[in-house]
Design a binder for this molecule. Sequence first.
Ligand code: CP
Ligand code: NVA
Length: 330
Amino acid sequence: AGPRHLMSIADLTPAEFSSIVRNAAVRKQAVKAGQTPPSLSTSLSGQTIAMMFSKRSTRTRVSTEAAVTMLGGHPMFLGKDDIQLGVNESLYDTSVVISSMTSCMVARVGPHSDVANLAKHSSVPVINALSEDFHPLQTIADFLTIHEAFPSSKPSGPGLGLNGLKVAWVGDSNNVLFDLAIGCVKMGVDIAVASPAGYGIPDKMRQLIISSTEGVSSPGKLSETMVPEEAIKGADVLVTDTWISMGQESEQQKRLKAFAGYQITNDLAKRGGAKEDWKFMHCLPRHPEEVADEVFYSPRSLVFPEAENRLWAAVAALEGFVVNKGNLLK
Ligand code: CP
Ligand code: NVA
């Protein structure tokens, strides 16, 4: 069998997903307490991790480079003008060549088939650093953030003890939502999505989300609406993302019009009937149109811890897929 890759949270069993999130939490606590296990900083020594990014990035780039450094490896950043990623050379050739010299490829691409093709031909693990369909590293960080904000009454067991929580996503149905929704279903967290007409979850993706229940005793439920207030009702966490993802810049005017009324504000949360102490999350980068400053910079907002958690998510993903070769329950 070839190496195990991380393309989406859909690739993970609930036990594996919670194990990665727990490992991220354990690493974070230890390093912050000055109790870094000595073996951590040598786990990738002498190894190079290729980072092939065909799109801009702040968090994913910095967290991955910092995580590789923490594990004693060398992060090699290859931007879109540095290498032939799907331009002037086939993905097959690129994948075979780069994987022959490195221990992992972390790739940010446009179409999901690009990262899937890299994985298909790679002799080393490939980690999806954002495609048009999925953003698994973000979802790991998001569940670490939720885990920290809602400490479980049942800290052991196969999940994260988050059953019964409700997440409301108000905005575009995009890559970040798809993996988040899969994570929610697997962790027993209900997720309600409000998107304007024409911007809902595509049928194929809905099928994948609702079929992510394998091995889950009480899966989270997905519900969809075009009314933000409906999604928000009883929610513990309100989440959104940009209305204009990378690659959709030419649709800006059309999208700003379609999403009018979807901005997350205190008033919307109140009208919708979110839980009293609701929290706010956003993967960033953020624009004011999707969330007002009064929410984004408020004490409810988890956005900066969420961003920092990308580092611990990257550490846990690299340990799971590269150091432990996909044996995630180790
Ligand atoms: N959230 C996230 O992936 O941010 P970047 O695009 O800056 O990496
Ligand atoms: N949905 C956004 C996420 C960026 C991290 C995009 O694809 O551009």
